[in-house]
Each structure stands twice: as structure tokens, then as C-alpha cells.
Ligand binder design. Sequence first.
Ligand code: C2E
Ligand code: MG
Ligand code: MG
Length: 477
Amino acid sequence: MISKHKTKQQLILEVAALRSRIAQLESIRGASRGISRGSDHPSSSDAVTGLPTRSMFYNKLSMILANSGRGNSPLAVLFFCLDRFKLINDSLGYGVGDNLLKMVASRLTRCMRQDDTLCRPGKDEFMLLLSDVPDKDTVILVAGRIFEALATPFVLDNHELVINCSLGICMYPDGGENAESLIKNAYSAMQQARDKGKNNYCFFSPHLNAYEFSRLLMESDLRHAVSQHDFSLRFQPQMALNDGRIVGMEALIRWEHAEFGFVSPDDFIPLAEEVGLIEPIGEWVLRVACEHYILCQKCGCAPSRLAVNLSPLQLYRVGLASGISKILDETGLKPDCLEIEITEGALLKDYSTTISTLNALYRMGIQIAIDDFGTGYSSLAYLSQLPVSKLKIDKIFVSAITKDKRCAAISRVVVTLAHNLGMRVIAEGVETVEQLDYLRDLGCDEMQGFLLARPLTVEDSVRFLKSAAKTPPLGKN
Ligand code: C2E
Ligand code: MG
Ligand code: MG
């Protein structure tokens, strides 16, 4: 048993030594090529940051693992990715992007000890090898130093840039036995950290693999659901606060999974966006919502507007306006009955395509509402440049409007802002009469929420609209 183990160790050592020799030879060859071409950067280092290459990192990690008895010298691989780097590259140019990477590399270098190794495996990714770390707490301290080092804004070309990053950590020996699995697992921990939001770190654990596996299953089920149109829509009414009339309804998608039951759109819409399924889903939602609205018109109970949510990814696609126009033609819905809801986050990327798409929609007569207003990170400048007709106060503010002065103040500011810009304002997530009264006193135009109605099935929504047409459900007090 012992001799078998030794043989394996020896083999690992030999392979690592060979890899290291190959890397050495490659770097000599790269250096001589570099010299002959007059380049300053031999291939042993990253041309932008001067950091070691991925293969050098890999070899060093393999070498350390081979030299250490299993688990005798714990180490950690940290994989991190800068958020929104592409946006910086696209909007400010590659020169600024490259300078930013250099500055990030230099700040990160200051967080390391001499024996640690930093490299840049992808354009906005860095990997750090911490050798000989006693425990998780030490790694957490280093992670804290990294976040702190990146927290000070970067000043580049007269722009002050705040950079966030997501960090995945994989510890040896618990997280993997060889260089390949340690790097792979640090990467998947980074992806999970990114799912948690900005500036998060996450340790790899075997559960992560289970998480990825269930995500894979979910992806394949979602593909199946898309091909079978296995979704349904709910419609949530919207009411005018001055006279209690039902003025609109928002279409909300539902997916009933055979095993897990109803999956929240907050969970499967981001997955659909990630795996390229959002366009067929968005098209299906719009078509079926329009058909429902036409049915309500035939029953004589249609409100004046149908609101449909649009994913930012749909918005970035050139040709969206003509796609929508085709669906309107085919279903017979008049453009001025349609309101598109987009979130502020949608305005962060690809601004020029977004602005021309929104202008094209506006010219067709379609109205544009900003959903979850106040929860995004974009500058308010866009409100003066885009044809927005309505702001939706997010339910996070509405839910605390009568209890938290700050939420009340934010809601008041949103109402004033919207009115001063000639827009309407609607509050979503209204659950109590107190909230309703408060919003009415603020001068809010419309409301939507469980107090009036939950999102309703097709049949229930027709019943609701018919009865509301006779008597307004929550009239003026
Ligand atoms: P959203 O567009 O902001 O929709 C409002 C969400 O708040 C809905 O959740 C609705 O059911 C819920 N809601 C309404 N009134 C109340 C209330 O009084 N209290 C509380 N606690 N919640 C209330 P839902 O249907 O789970 O949808 C979540 C999000 O998923 C939506 O937020 C929207 O961003 C997205 N979504 C839903 N349907 C679609 C769709 O067809 N396409 C796209 N791209 N996104 C969709
Ligand atoms: Mg919405
Ligand atoms: Mg919303």
C-alpha cells in the first residue's frame, strides 16, 4: 500500500518537473521570439500586467502539491473576476481598460506575500495562489485585504471608477487534489459569489457541485419548457388612485416545474438570460399577453394598458422594435395599449442600442415604464434623455412607507421627480390600506399590489375586470 502511494507521488513529481521544464523551454522560446520581434514581453508573462502566465501558475501549483505530502501544507487558490470590465472597455476604450488592469494587478500584488503567485488567466480575471495558509480565517483576512485594496476608486483618464469583484476560494486539500480541480473549483466558487451580488466571496464546497448539477438539470428542463411553451401568465391589475378605475394589468410569467412546483421568475428569468433562452420566452410572453388583452377587449372589460416586462438582454438586441411590431400586427393589439417595463439596470449596458430601441418603440406609440425604480445603480441623467412615461416605485420602499421615514422620503421624491418630468408614477407591492392612503396623500397616480389583487389567472382576471368595470374595487375614500 505504502509503496503504491510512493510510486504515485514519484509520478506526480516527475510530471510536475516535466511540465515545469516545458514551461521553462516555452518561456525561453517566447523570450527569444520576443527579442527577435523587438517585443518587451516574453510569453512567460502577461503582456498587459507583466504577471506570470496561467501555465506558470499551473506549474507552480502542481509543483507545490507534488512536493507536499497530502494535506501537509494547506494552500488556497483564489479566483476573482472584475465586474463590469467589458462596459469600461467598451465605453472608455481598451487603453483605459488596460491601464485599469495594470493598476488592479499592482494593488493586488501589495496584498500578497513573497511566496504567493498572482496571474491573469482571462481578460478580467485574476488568480492568486496562497501557499502555506494555516486555515480559512487567514484566507478570509487576505480576501478582506483584496476587497479593501480595490475599494478606493481608480482614477483613469479623468474618470473615477469604482470596481467591484467576485472572489471564489478553493482550499487544498479539502477542495481538490490537483491543480486542475483546485482551479476549476475556485472558478465555480467565484461564479456562486457573483450570483450572491457585488463584492462577495465564496468558499468552494462539494455542495457547490450539487448546486451546479441542479442548475444544469434546471437548464435542461427550462429548454424543454421553452420548446413546449410550458409556461402560463398571470395578470395583476393596476388601479388609478384618484377614481379607483382599473387602468392597466401587468403580465407576469409562471413556470410550473413537474418536480419542484412553481419556480419563481426571479429564479428562472436570470437562468434564461444566462443560457440564451430569454428571447423565445420574451416573445412568447408578449404574444400570449397581447392575445389575452384582445380577449378582454372582446369581453368589454380591457383596461387602457397592458404592461409587459422586458429583459435587458431583449433590449440590447437590434431588431427588437420590429419584432414587437410584428407581434402587435399579428395579434391586433394597438401600440398605445402596450407598456414595456424595463429596469434601471437595463440602461447600464449598450446605451446607444438601448436608446435607439426605446426611441423606436416610443415612435410606434408604445409607453415605457421604469420598473423597481430606485433600486438600480444608474445615473438619473437617463431620465432626461429617454422617452420614459412612468416610474414604478419599488415594493421595497412601499412595504415600509408608513413605518420608515427614509422609505417615505424616497417615495415622496420619486413622485415629485416623476411629476416634474411629466411622467406618471405607480406604486407596486401595496398590501395595506395604510400604505394606499399614504401613497394617495403623496399624490401617487396608480397602485398595484395584493391589497387590490394578486396576479390572477386568465379566467380570474376576466372575472375581476368585468366586476371592476361595474364597481371600482377600492374607490376613493
Ligand atoms: P416585477 O416586474 O417588479 O413584478 C412585480 C412582482 O411583485 C411580481 O412577482 C408580483 O407577483 C409581486 N407582487 C405584486 N404585488 C405584490 C404585493 O403586494 N406584495 C408582494 N410581496 N409582492 C407583490 P413575480 O411575479 O414573482 O415576478 C418577479 C419578477 O420577475 C418581476 O418583478 C419581473 O422582474 C420578473 N418577471 C416576471 N414576469 C416576467 C416576464 O414575463 N418577463 C421578464 N423578463 N421578467 C418577468
Ligand atoms: Mg414589472
Ligand atoms: Mg417591480
